[in-house]
Design a protein around this ligand. Structure first.
Ligand code: ZN
Length: 189
């Protein structure tokens, strides 16, 4: 799913009794599997790669496939969780938030499924549904994602009274309108 959905789901589910540090760890964990997308997109901009080529070709080339495999590796985050259980609650929460992200992605990536168990095996589960591919019921999944994301935002809004956090939540809510329009425009040009 989209990165911001992972952030609000993880915060809503895991952040209730968390300290400030732990809440930050939850956000970092929820964002980590998608983080390599940032240098990827910047690289695409820098190299002037057209949007369609970037996602259709460059995405499937090295080193991006390996970065994706590392970032989305269930065994790596399970190892991190073991380390967290041994040493630190914040690290455990970070690993759980990342594993939650991977679990949701496992179910919502069709042709662009990740290598879930890298480096142990190359196998990918191609889900019958996708959060962005129209051939795999993306309209329904995206609508469900928006409802889920907005429900988490309402919950977090009630939990946090700080104006700064509420502004961030409001802006995050708006992405559920903006993101589909952005994708539609990008692919139609
Ligand atoms: Zn992801």
């Amino acid at each position: 799913m989209n990165s911001q959905t992972h952030l609000v789901i993880a915060s809503a589910l895991l952040g209730r009794r968390a300290t400030r540090t732990e809440q930050a760890a939850i956000l970092v964990g929820a964002a980590l599997p998608d983080f390599y997308m940032l240098p990827f997109i910047l690289w695409g901009q820098f190299k002037n790669i057209p949007f369609g080529t970037l996602w259709g070709e460059t995405y499937w080339q090295e080193p991006w496939q390996t970065f994706g495999a590392i970032s989305n590796s269930i065994p790596l985050f399970v190892a991190l969780l073991a380390l967290g259980i041994w040493r630190s609650r914040a690290l455990s929460l970070l690993a759980i938030a990342a594993l939650l992200h991977l679990g949701i992605d496992f179910l919502t990536h069709a042709s662009d499924a990740h290598k879930h168990f890298w480096p142990l095996m190359e196998w990918r589960f191609h889900s019958p549904i996708s959060y962005w591919e129209q051939d795999y019921y993306a309209s329904f999944v995206a609508a469900f994602e928006a409802c889920l994301g907005l429900a988490c935002i309402v919950l977090l809004w009630r939990r946090h009274s700080t104006i700064f956090i509420r502004i961030i939540l409001g802006l995050t809510g708006i992405t559920y309108l903006v993101v589909p329009v952005f994708w539609a425009l990008s692919f139609s040009t």
